[in-house]
Ligand binder design. Structure first.
Ligand SMILES: Nc1nc2c(ncn2[C@@H]2O[C@H](COP(=O)(O)OP(=O)(O)OP(=O)(O)O)[C@@H](O)[C@H]2O)c(=O)[nH]1
Ligand SMILES: [Mg+2]
Length: 328
């Protein structure tokens, strides 16, 4: 690995926030040497507990993240906060708002805040977020909070890469619990009805509890449903209590889950292969000649894709055929 990177990693581990920021950019932008950085830090990670905070727009996720962060900082824990910006292709507006909401913590040296744009994440949003979580972990953060809007599949994947998922809802939210996107409900480890200073919070909480009861099997442990208000501070200490239990559970668990590792390796492999395949298909105008043929009425996209696969020595075996490539 380049000496410059080694120095950055060393400085980051000594608590230098600027080196941390540089390493994140290097990895996020897939700059030369990014993979060496990840390989080098991987053996030491797994100590941080990653808490995903998701929920509909305006549910109060950032405000809650700020409150949680403040309490953890008071207890001497260090934090990384990742705000996945759903709207803007550049990390501008939304983060500015979040910075304001996290005003009283953003200057605390124990916390490091970073935003990530959803669009155009090189290597895929989920992997990019996972990489950033790991760098914060390697930097010695005890807790990483990652905030995403639970709307798109991408964002759901991002939170599912965290250790525990907190789903934030609020009374008056769209169609109530019907507005909770399918797929989010299943991965939540904790439900929070925020803005309980408003009417309807307890109704919402009992609806969620009822739904959880319906969807869970007998004897199965159901995720807790809690009510909070960032305005009156009601329920926030209790929420932090449950989160502390999560942190302890994670510590006790140790090793990552096999399924997660499998998904990640397959995901990385897929990207590598697609990249390689594209490169090789573009070589010597192979793709362009296939396109010419289609446009001249002498071919079709299905055969073209098959032929291109064969030309890069990748042949999909049909049932009954032997699995081997046609090298040569
Ligand atoms: N009444 C009430 N309002 C709250 C509470 N928490 C947050 N809000 C308000 O709700 C609005 C949205 O809060 P945010 O923290 O930005 O919500 P968010 O979920 O991060 O929003 P996005 O990131 O834009 O999806 C703000 O105007 C907050 O002041 C609460 O407990 N009670
Ligand atoms: Mg927010």
């Amino acid at each position: 690995m380049e000496e410059r990177m080694e120095t950055l990693i060393r400085e980051m581990k000594n608590g230098d926030q600027r080196s941390l920021a540089r390493l994140i950019s290097c990895v996020e932008d897939r700059q030369a040497g990014w993979k060496d950085v990840m390989k080098s830090i991987y053996p030491g990670i797994g100590k941080a507990c990653v808490l995903g905070i998701t929920g509909s727009p305006g549910a109060g996720k950032s405000t809650l993240a700020g409150e949680i962060a403040r309490r953890f900082l008071d207890r001497g824990l260090s934090l990384g906060i990742i705000a996945v910006d759903p709207s803007s292709p550049y990390s501008g507006g939304a983060l500015l708002g979040d910075r304001l909401r996290m005003r009283d913590i953003s200057t605390n040296p124990g916390v490091f805040i970073r935003s990530m744009a959803t669009r155009g994440a090189l290597g895929g949003l989920c992997q990019a977020a996972r990489d950033v979580m790991r760098i914060m972990d390697a930097a010695g953060k005890d807790v990483v909070l990652i905030e995403t809007v639970g709307v798109g599949q991408d964002e759901i994947e991002v939170v599912s890469a965290s250790d525990y998922v907190v789903l934030v809802t609020f009374p008056g939210q769209g169609d109530g619990i019907q507005a909770i996107k399918a797929g989010v409900m299943e991965i939540a480890d904790l439900f929070v009805v925020n803005k309980c200073d408003r009417d309807g919070a307890d109704v919402m909480a009992s609806e969620i509890s009822a739904m959880l009861e319906l969807s869970s099997e007998a004897g199965q442990e159901r995720p807790p449903v809690m009510m909070t208000s960032a305005f009156t501070q009601e329920g926030i200490d209790d929420l932090c209590g449950v989160l502390s239990e999560f942190i302890n559970q994670k510590k006790a668990r140790g090793k990552p889950q096999r399924d997660h590792v499998r998904n990640e390796v397959l995901g990385l492999l897929e990207r590598e292969m697609v990249g390689m395949l594209r490169e090789r298909i573009m070589e010597n105008g192979k793709l362009e000649s296939a396109l010419d043929a289609i446009l001249e009425g002498k071919g079709d996209p299905y055969s073209a894709a098959e032929e291109l696969m064969a030309r890069v020595h990748l042949v999909r075996s049909r049932p009954g055929e032997r699995k081997e490539d046609t090298r040569g």
